[in-house]
Design a protein around this ligand. Structure first.
Ligand SMILES: *[C@@H]1O[C@H](CO)[C@@H](O)[C@H](O)[C@H]1NC(C)=O
Ligand SMILES: *[C@@H]1O[C@H](CO)[C@@H](O)[C@H](O)[C@H]1NC(C)=O
Ligand SMILES: *[C@@H]1O[C@H](CO)[C@@H](O)[C@H](O)[C@H]1NC(C)=O
Ligand SMILES: *[C@@H]1O[C@H](CO)[C@@H](O)[C@H](O)[C@H]1NC(C)=O
Ligand SMILES: [Ca+2]
Length: 446
């Protein structure tokens, strides 16, 4: 049964007409659809929706590099940074009470004493003590609150927070931290207060969270998300409408707060007020008791819940979208190009639902499920494949053999391996859209 276009338009119209009193000025975006009565009877009203923000540390995988930098193998005794005669910090990986594995950065805090991950000490001084702590979600998420790293040791004298948007393939710095930014990174020291609406995306180096060897009272290192939001939403984030408006129209801004992985690169531990004491290197190490990451699954405003199943987060897509981020239209709902929902107009936004494949005969050349464009080609409105420079053909299946490259040598990348063989795709193409439409209904991916 086909979903009539008329009904969809009706629902959209209903959503335009209806005002809902219980929404706050800036919208909740917590409902994807609701049933409404119109002259035509009961219909659906579709809205932009997103999952609630939550504690994202429950869903991550942590990796510490180098792998055996975690203390305790062999057992080690540490001295306090401010007092080399106070050496009562023991680490032994074999003894549960004295072990400091990475998981202790994400356990429930509020107990006394605190639990923490700890590195082995700076035994190889002056060779740098470098540690990477990588947090991976295998899912795009949007940060909604400050990232807070709480150190049990002194805060590092040099560190970089990095992010990845492509599941750890490439990394970009988020913020640099140093006792002396110029010396460490040849960057001027700034604070988040120096940023304006125009420089919000600038990557800064800050000395705010590294200064001072009196570390007992000041243990946190932050990446300030809320201060950055406040540049658009006002000091107490009272004008979220303005922020959402900006996020809607500025992809760079949206991407700035979007990640799949985070990495804390520890480059130099706290060394205190004096020179490094080479005779007692047990005073220098990293220890982290807690890392806070608040955010929500990125579902492109097409889902209001995100489930953790088989170790991964997945959006529960509505609006006939599918994919881990609801980033494409479901099969048979490709009547128009997919687009993300919109926060505008406030408060309910626009759902931009995927609509059923067009009424009437349409020649489908490609789609995102069965008739994939190959070799990196992109499907445009189901009508044609836009091929990369090196390929041609309806589905970009034919190498464009340029003479200067010595003909078709076949330097196939991994991309070609991922796509189906040209022959079978051509066959599918011949059978055409009829086959697609009449194909027995497959359960969707989600
Ligand atoms: C840490 O990660 C960076 C890239 O983000 C890499 O260049 C570096 O070699 C890594 N260091 C360690 C100790 O793994
Ligand atoms: C682990 O530690 C041992 C010595 O304890 C060292 O020889 C080895 O290179 C380390 N391995 C890695 C991967 O860092
Ligand atoms: C560091 O100094 C303290 C006090 O002198 C001593 O007990 C401890 O063994 C020393 N550690 C090292 C590795 O020399
Ligand atoms: C999506 O498709 C189903 C049928 O598979 C239909 O019942 C539903 O109303 C559609 N939703 C939207 C938002 O178009
Ligand atoms: Ca802890």
């Amino acid at each position: 049964m086909r979903f009539p276009l008329v009904l969809t338009l009706q629902a959209l119209w209903a959503s335009v007409c209806q005002t809902m009193q219980h929404y706050p000025a800036w919208g909740h975006y917590d409902v994807c659809k609701s049933q409404v009565y119109t002259d035509e009877g009961l219909t659906w009203d579709y809205m932009a929706c997103q999952p609630e923000a939550m504690d994202m540390t429950k869903y991550l995988k942590v990796t510490v590099d180098p792998p055996n930098i975690t203390c305790g193998d062999p057992p080690e005794t540490y001295c306090a940074l401010e007092n080399p005669y106070m050496c009562n910090n023991e680490c032994d990986a074999e003894n549960e009470d004295l072990a400091h594995p990475p998981e202790l950065m994400f356990d429930f805090e509020g107990r006394n004493p605190t639990t923490f991950w700890q590195s082995s000490s700076w035994k190889k001084y002056p060779k740098a003590l470098l540690v990477n702590i990588t947090l991976s979600w295998s899912k795009t998420i949007e940060l909604t609150d400050d990232i807070v790293v709480t150190f049990e040791s002194g805060r590092p004298e040099q560190m970089v927070l990095e992010k990845s948007l492509d599941y750890g393939k490439t990394w970009q710095p988020y913020q640099f931290y140093a006792t002396d930014c110029l010396d460490a990174f040849t960057m001027d020291a700034k604070t988040v207060q120096d940023l304006t609406q125009h420089t919000l995306l600038d990557i800064i180096c800050t000395e705010e969270y590294s200064r001072g060897y009196v570390w007992k009272y000041d243990k946190t290192v932050r990446f300030e998300i809320k201060d950055r939001f406040a540049l658009f939403a006002g000091p107490r984030l009272h004008n979220m409408a303005s922020l959402y408006g900006q996020l809607d129209t500025t992809k760079n801004l949206r991407d700035f707060f979007t990640i799949t992985d985070l990495r804390v690169r520890l480059l130099r531990p706290a060394t205190g007020a004096t020179m490094v004491d080479e005779n007692n290197l047990s005073r220098y190490f990293y220890a982290i008791s807690d890392i806070k990451v608040q955010g929500r699954c990125k579902c492109n405003l097409h889902a209001n819940s995100c489930v953790f199943d088989k170790e991964t987060l997945n959006c529960e897509c509505e609006h006939n979208t599918t994919g881990p981020d609801c980033g494409r239209c479901k099969r048979n709902y490709q009547g128009r190009t997919w687009s993300a929902g919109s926060y505008l107009p406030i408060p309910k936004g626009t759902a931009n639902t995927c609509i059923p494949n067009s009424i009437g005969p349409v020649t489908r050349v490609c789609d995102n499920e069965l008739l994939r464009c190959q070799n990196g080609g992109v499907c445009l409105n189901n009508l044609r494949c836009q091929c990369t420079a090196a390929f041609t053909g309806l589905l970009c299946e034919k190498p464009r053999c340029e003479s200067e490259l010595g003909g078709c040598g076949g330097p196939d990348s991994g991309q070609a391996a991922l796509s189906s063989t040209p022959l079978s795709t051509l066959l599918l193409l011949l059978l055409g859209s009829t086959l697609l439409r009449e194909a027995s209904y497959r359960p969707t991916l989600l």
